[in-house]
Ligand binder design. Sequence first.
Ligand SMILES: NC(=O)c1ccc[n+]([C@@H]2O[C@H](COP(=O)([O-])OP(=O)(O)OC[C@H]3O[C@@H](n4cnc5c(N)ncnc54)[C@H](O)[C@@H]3O)[C@@H](O)[C@H]2O)c1
Length: 103
Amino acid sequence: MTRVLITGGAGFVGSNLARDLTADGVEVRILDDLSAARDRYVEGLGADLRHGSVTDPASVRRAVKGVDAVVHLAAMSGRREAPAVRGHGPQRPFPLRGVEALR
Ligand SMILES: NC(=O)c1ccc[n+]([C@@H]2O[C@H](COP(=O)([O-])OP(=O)(O)OC[C@H]3O[C@@H](n4cnc5c(N)ncnc54)[C@H](O)[C@@H]3O)[C@@H](O)[C@H]2O)c1
């Protein structure tokens, strides 16, 4: 069975993708720090939800184990004043540390 990891999969886009993939018979794993996830998005996803951040290499390393593909949707999407926008949030350390853990 195909196994897909969706980072930020408890968010708006990721949870919809998770639902569609699960309906297509894909095994879905989610890595989300739940910083912006809504309860209604997470409910009934039928996915393996793992609480962790893409900025933490150990969490990423565990989450990617055995998956066939990764869809990266973790984002601080709605917070314009968030540190990420100023260059210090998850988007910035992810390429430096998270991607390294994906190897
Ligand atoms: N919603 C849209 O209409 C839309 C359209 C085009 C592009 N996008 C892009 O798609 C992506 C996802 O958007 P969305 O609307 O689903 O946002 P969202 O805020 O609903 O989901 C983002 C998820 O990422 C999680 N997250 C944040 N920081 C994290 C971290 N460090 N580690 C793990 N998880 C973390 C949040 O808890 C949340 O569940 C963004 O890059 C956004 O710009 C969204």
